[in-house]
Structures are given as C-alpha cells and as structure tokens.
Design a protein around this ligand. Structure first.
Ligand code: F6P
Length: 374
C-alpha cells in the first residue's frame, strides 16, 4: 500500500483544492493511503499535527473552492538541509513513501532536492538513531516524487497551462470589464497592473480578452517597431493610443505586467505609464493594481477539470514510479496530458529568465512559445 503525502506550496492558485480532492479519492480507490501535509513544506518540516491521513469525506466540497484548504507557505526552513532532514524524518515516521507536490517551479525544485538527497538524509537519520533501519527499509532506496504545477503565473516550461492560471485570467477580465464601464463614462485611461512575476501570460491573454490598447510584457520589451522608434516606447505607445482615440475610442486600457521591463531591463512602472499618458496625451488617467484579487475566488470549470485529470495521472505516476527514474511533472501540451522530467521543466523555466536578463528577448519569446516568430 503506497502512502501518498500531498502538499501545496508557494502562492496558492484556484484548482489546488480540486487537485487535492482528486489525488485523495483516486489514491483511496487504488488502495493507497493519502495524507495531507498542511501548510506546505513548513508542515513537512514541523510534522506532528501537520500531517494527517485523509479519508473520502475529508475532501468533500473542495472541487470548486479557491485557494488551498490544506494551506501553503513560502518556507525558508526547507531551503536549509536541516529542514529537509526534519522533513525526511516526518515522512519516515508516518510511513509516507510518495509525495505529490502541487506548486510552482520553486516548490517543485524543493521536491526534487529532497529526492536527490534522500538516501543521504535516511543514512543520517539512522546514524543519529532518529529512525531505525527497519523502519525505513522500503524507503531507503528512493522517495517517489510527482509534481503538479499550480500557479497563476503560467510560467512553467514544458506545460501549456498551469492549474489556476485560467481562473486568474477570468478574475482579471471581470475586473477590467468593471473598469471599462467607468472608463467609457469619463473617457478615461486606465493603467492596470497584473501579476505574473517574469511571465507575461496573464497580461497578454487579458489584453487580448479585454481589448487593451497596449500591454507591457517582461519577455517582449517595447518598442515593437524598433526601426521607427529606437528606444522610445513612450512615443510608440502614445501613437497607438492616439490612433485608437481618433477612431472613436472613448477609453484607453493599458496593461502592465508586474515584471514588465524596457529594453535596458529597467522596470516599467504603472505610475510612470500614467504620467506619460497624462503629460503627453492629456488623458485623465487612473492606475488600478489588481493585486491578490486576481489570485482568489472560485475555481473556473477549466481549472477544476485540469486539476482533477492531472490528479488522477499523479496517482498513476506514483504507482508507475521506479527508483532512479527522474521525478515526473504532470503537464499539458496541445490539450494532451504529458509526463515530463520535472527538473528539465524547471531548468527550462529558469532559462527563460536568464535569456531576459541577457536581453535575448527573441530567445525568451521562443522558449515561452516555440511557434512564436518575431
Ligand atoms: O507566483 C504567484 C504570484 O501571485 C505572483 O504572480 C506574484 O508575484 C507573487 O505570487 C506574489 O506573492 P505573495 O502572495 O507572496 O505576495
């Protein structure tokens, strides 16, 4: 009987609960024992009351609920080896031999680190007499790890979509639709700041869905027409806004991703964009930073579906796992479920950030979307 620990880690995202529910119920149906590890890696490090066996009823009603009911944390203790030793102890003492981690790239890296160090951690616990060799006999060789990507940012490589990104996109669209009615009434401009760290997916998709005039992305700093505008994105943006106003637009919507930068890697701030629109075009301009509103609320149908089917696959992957085989990440490509080596996806995700830092924006875009052409 596999004993499967489930934890959610990093920024919460809608659909994480649906994943916990799915993993729990499929695990039970397959004769495994699921455990909730509460408060992310912090619960793993602290053990005791933070690790509890889950029954069928414990996950009732979770399918649509936003956030993560088993809690999450950005845990610094687990980044230290000492924290991982305690985590390993808590797994062994609960007899847990598999871990499904639902989180972003940092959380999945943590899981892989635990697995890479696993036999060393077990040896240390035996040597210090914290556990006996008999207690961890079946666990000595390897710890099964499976990753599910839960993040609103949709920034993970090797998957088209992450659990929670679409719900967040809906939240952004609802908020911008609300702003649109007041913008139209006053003929105002709105600069709207959205989350996403170094990934422009939320901003770009929202921009298309709400009909924004302009979107500032981390991967594709302006100007778009370098030949005409050189480094002068302000004039390019104003020309576009002016053009649409001349066509009869009563409102202007500009979306700024939180990681937006110019071609010299200088952050583009919403307040500065407001100033440009006010000073140069004399538009009555307001800034709205959506903040955590875009991370909250009921999961949309797509995220419930995605999390549920990926949860099923996560349990299958646990049951298929073999010592020494790289830990898998369950993803999605062209609407098909994928199972790729977790660390390859993490490395590729970091490579995008590196390409941006080296001002290789074409490469960053290509890595985000292999079908992209400049
Ligand atoms: O990774 C998800 C995310 O919401 C990012 O978009 C944002 O930069 C960050 O988390 C905010 O983190 P916190 O909730 O810790 O402030």
């Amino acid at each position: 009987k596999k004993r499967i620990g489930i934890l959610t880690s990093g920024g919460d995202s809608s659909g994480m609960n649906a994943a916990v529910r799915s993993i729990t119920r499929v695990a039970l149906q397959k004769g495994c024992i699921p455990y909730a590890i509460y408060e992310g890696y912090q619960g793993l490090v602290d053990g005791g009351q933070y690790i509890k066996e889950l029954g069928w009823e414990d996950v009732r009603g979770l399918l649509s609920v936003g956030g993560t009911s088993i809690g999450t944390a950005r845990c610094s203790d687990f980044r230290q080896r000492e924290g991982r030793v305690r985590g390993a102890y808590n797994l062994i003492s609960n007899g847990i031999d598999a871990l499904v981690v639902i989180g972003g790239d940092g959380s999945l890296t943590g899981a892989d680190m635990l697995r890479a160090e696993w036999s060393g951690l077990v040896d240390e616990l035996i040597a210090t007499k914290k556990v006996t060799a008999e207690e961890c006999e079946h666990l000595r060789e390897d710890l099964t790890i499976v990753g599910l990507v839960g993040s609103i940012d949709n920034d993970m490589a090797m998957t088209d979509i992450t659990i929670g990104a679409v719900t967040s996109l809906h939240r952004i669209c609802e908020a911008v639709d609300n702003l649109t009615s007041t913008a139209l009434s006053h003929q105002r401009a709105f600069v709207i700041e959205v989350m996403g760290r170094h990934c422009g997916w939320l901003g770009l998709m929202a921009g298309i869905a709400v009909g924004a005039d302009w979107v500032f992305l981390p991967e594709r700093p302006p100007p778009l027409n370098e030949t005409k505008y050189g480094d002068d994105w302000e004039t390019e943006m104003c020309d576009i806004v002016k053009k649409y106003r001349a066509l009869g637009n009563r409102k202007t919507l500009v979306i700024v991703c939180e990681g937006a930068i110019d071609r010299n890697l200088k952050p583009i701030k919403s307040d500065y964009v407001q100033k440009v629109l006010t000073d140069r075009l004399h538009l009555d301009t307001r800034v709205t930073c959506l903040g955590h509103v875009q991370r909250g609320g009921t999961a949309c149908a797509y995220d419930r579906f995605l999390a549920t089917v990926q949860g099923v696959e996560a349990v299958e992957a646990v049951l298929r796992s073999k010592p020494g085989v790289p830990a898998p990440m369950i993803g999605n490509s062209h609407n098909k479920m994928t199972c790729t080596p977790l660390m390859e996806a993490v490395k590729l995700t970091h490579a995008v950030a590196e390409a941006i830092a080296q001002k290789d924006f074409g490469r960053a875009m290509e890595m985000r979307d292999p079908e992209f052409t400049a």
